[in-house]
Structures are given as structure tokens and as C-alpha cells.
Ligand binder design. Structure first.
Ligand code: NAD
Length: 370
């Protein structure tokens, strides 16, 4: 008993549910952190080494992310023990078993995360129907295909202009990670008149101060190749993207890529966080001291979860783009304005805003347990 309550604080978690079905080798945990704003949304993570603590931390992150995005959803997360690359048929049994065991927990809406995908969500839909992240043919909005998160990032940059005297037209930008988030962010920023001067993927960095040919790079990626295989531009090693001189720097790859040991190498005016936790808190402090405007992950990259919430309401792609634009612009403005007025880090302003929204919702509930 004492162990499980060590996870608890003034916001949650509301429920921690352990699912164990030895007959099919099913072991999983659901943490519903807080539902004051509505039923919780958060992905199902499948990995061999997941823990209850990890699940609770990720569920809390979803409480803040959904509240910061202004969604009518609380935060939750589920973890499933297993190798995500197991045979498809075995995975199907585990996913179907897991969601059937959680059929009655209406405070949790399933979504994909590391180790689970659209196909897993189709199985969940077939069993219990309480799910987002579905493919188009069963009523979903394919958020990576339409570039929901990249679209949101471009609006965050647009709003940031007034806080750092930057003109997006002609601004030079660099993107670390030319995947689902990075390539669409590039596309939307180009449409707004910005110039991509460097992009990278796991194989290396490609730089051209005169601007890269984005259509050619998108075609390379579609063919399963690296951006470094493009015939123009200078090829550099993978982490050279950090040193590229630019106005806007976008991490869209891995966590913790910028830390105290390399933050001084960044040569930019704005950082817009596409990836989750790409910069350590200490490095964010350094950016602040150097006068570099930094838009934190759960504000800047909320396009994906806003898209998922729109899907859950049964609305379509046009509504998703509208909601992303409106929410990203309002939240980025509020966070940057508060940070500027109070002289605090944008992340601290964002966390305070999210916590305030959760607490306000909690104060309207009799008990938020029912
Ligand atoms: P992805 O797998 O589609 O793309 C990742 C890209 O990063 C690939 O091109 C890969 O080659 C590259 N990469 C990997 N390691 C790298 C490195 N060390 N240096 C440079 N490039 C590297 O993934 P994604 O969906 O674009 O997600 C990227 C990040 O954004 C993740 O942190 C993810 O959690 C976060 N995120 C994604 C979404 C979304 O809508 N997909 C939403 C919010 C946050």
C-alpha cells in the first residue's frame, strides 16, 4: 500500500490499475492521473522494461499537456510489458486482452505511443471503441501524414515573432530530425517564407546557407533515403546541425539532445521544441540567460494531441487544422507574454498555466473521483 501511494500528490493519480492475465502473458498498468478536465487521453507504450513509475510520470505529463493545449481531457497513460517487435498475431492478442480488461474504465481513452501504432488502435476500436489515432479508413485523422504537429510548430514561430523582433519571411531555420514532425514543420515554414538552411537525420546533416530544395529532400525521405544523399549542399556529421547559424532552431528527433555541455554551441534566436524533452532544464536556463527565446515542447508540439482530440469528437481534418491553429496561437502567446512580463522561463510559465487550468477544473468538481 505505502508503495503505490508514494506516487500520489495533490493532482493525482486518480487510479492505478494493474492488469495481469498469465494465460496470454499479459502484464500491463494503466495510470489515470487526473480527469477534472474530462476523460484522460494518453498513449499505450509497449516495451520490455516499462514500470509503474514511468507510467505515472508520463500520465502526469499528459495531464499538463492536455490542459496546456486547452483540451477537454485529463491525462493518463498505459504501459504494456513486451517486445514491440513480437509477431503481429501475439501482439494482437495482448492488445485485445489489455483493452478488454480495461473496458469499464471510461476515464481512459486509448492512443498510440512508442511500440504501438494505428493497427493496434484498430484492434482497440474493434473491442471497446474508446480510442484515437486511427487510420483514415476507420474514421481517424492520420496526424503524421497531414503534418499536424509541424503545422502547429509553424504557428508557434509565427506568434513568437512579436516577442523577439523576428520576421518569419526570410528567417533562416535549421531542423534536427527530418521525420514526421521535422519535414512538415519545414514545409509549413517554407510556405510562410522562411528559408531552410540545414536539416539532419540519423545519418548526418545537410547544410546550404542559400536554402535547401525541400521537395527534393521530401522525395529522398519518401524513397527511404537520408537527407545527406542529396546532390546539393554540404554534408556534415550528424550533430553539426547544433552549430548551424540560423534564426530558428527546431529539435525534432530525440530527448536530451541539448544539455549544459553543448547548449553554448547553439547559434540562433529562437528554439521551437518539436521533440519531447529535447533540452534539459539547465540548458533552457542558459538559453534564457543568453536571450534566446525558447518555446517548450508541450506548448509547441501540441498539434498532434489536438488533432487526436478532434478525431475523438468525430470531426474531420479541416476542424483539426482550425483547432491546432487557434489553440497553438493562443497558448504560445499566453506563455511567452507571461514569461516576458515576469522574467521567468517559458517552461515555468507554461507549467504554471497548465497547473492553474487543472486546479480550476478540479475546483468545479464535487469530487473528481466520480
Ligand atoms: P520520426 O521517427 O518520424 O522522425 C524522427 C527523425 O529523427 C528521423 O528522420 C530520424 O532519422 C531522425 N533522428 C533520429 N535520431 C537523430 C539524431 N540523433 N539526430 C538527428 N536526427 C535524428 O519521429 P517523429 O514522429 O517526427 O517524432 C520526433 C520527435 O517528436 C519525438 O521526440 C516525438 O516524441 C516528438 N513528437 C512527435 C509528435 C508527432 O506528431 N509525431 C508529436 C509530439 C511530439
Amino acid at each position: 500500500m505505502s508503495d503505490i501511494f508514494s506516487l500520489a500528490d495533490d493532482l493525482g493519480p486518480l487510479k492505478v490499475i494493474h492488469v495481469h492475465e498469465p494465460g496470454i502473458g499479459l502484464r500491463g498498468v494503466l495510470v489515470v492521473d487526473n480527469v477534472a478536465r474530462g476523460p484522460s487521453v494518453g498513449g499505450v507504450r509497449m516495451a520490455a522494461d516499462v514500470t509503474v513509475e514511468e507510467c505515472a510520470r508520463l500520465a502526469r505529463a499528459m495531464t499538463f499537456k492536455n490542459a496546456a493545449a486547452g483540451l477537454p481531457h485529463g491525462g493518463g497513460k498505459a504501459v504494456l510489458v513486451g517486445d514491440p517487435k513480437m509477431p503481429r498475431a501475439d501482439k494482437e492478442v495482448l492488445i485485445r486482452g489489455f483493452c478488454c480488461a480495461l473496458r469499464e474504465v471510461e476515464q481512459y481513452i486509448f492512443a498510440p505511443d512508442m511500440g504501438t501504432d494505428e493497427q493496434c488502435m484498430v484492434w482497440v476500436k474493434d473491442e471497446i471503441d474508446r480510442v484515437v489515432g486511427l487510420p483514415r479508413e476507420v474514421g481517424g485523422i492520420p496526424l503524421d501524414e497531414i503534418g499536424a504537429t509541424g503545422f502547429g510548430l509553424s504557428h508557434a514561430v509565427d506568434v513568437a515573432q512579436e516577442f523577439c523582433d523576428l520576421d518569419i519571411k526570410g528567417a533562416r531555420f535549421a531542423v534536427q530530425g527530418f521525420g514526421a514532425v521535422g519535414k512538415h514543420a519545414t514545409r509549413f515554414l517554407c510556405e510562410a517564407g522562411a528559408i531552410p538552411v540545414a536539416v539532419s537525420d540519423s545519418a548526418g546533416t545537410l547544410q546550404d546557407p542559400d536554402g535547401l530544395d525541400v521537395d527534393a529532400l521530401l522525395a529522398l525521405k519518401a524513397a527511404g533515403k537520408s537527407v545527406t544523399e542529396h546532390s546539393a549542399g554540404v554534408k556534415l556529421e550528424r550533430d553539426a546541425i547544433i552549430d548551424v547559424e540560423c534564426d530558428i532552431w527546431i529539435p525534432a528527433a530525440r530527448p536530451d539532445v541539448i544539455h549544459e555541455g553543448n547548449v553554448d554551441r547553439l547559434n540562433t534566436r529562437i528554439v521551437v521544441q518539436g521533440a519531447n524533452i529535447p533540452i534539459t532544464y539547465a540548458a533552457e536556463k542558459t538559453l534564457h540567460e543568453r536571450g534566446i527565446l525558447n518555446i517548450p515542447d508541450f506548448i509547441a508540439n501540441a498539434g498532434g494531441v489536438i488533432c487526436a482530440a478532434t478525431e475523438y469528437q468525430g470531426a474531420g481534418e479541416a476542424a483539426a487544422f482550425g483547432a491546432i491553429e487557434e489553440k497553438l496561437r493562443r497558448n504560445t502567446h499566453e506563455v511567452l507574454e507571461t514569461a516576458q512580463q515576469q522574467g521567468i522561463l517559458p517552461r515555468d510559465a507554461a507549467l504554471a498555466m497548465a497547473r492553474r487550468r487543472v486546479e480550476r477544473a478540479m475546483s468545479n468538481r464535487r469530487w473528481h473521483i466520480f
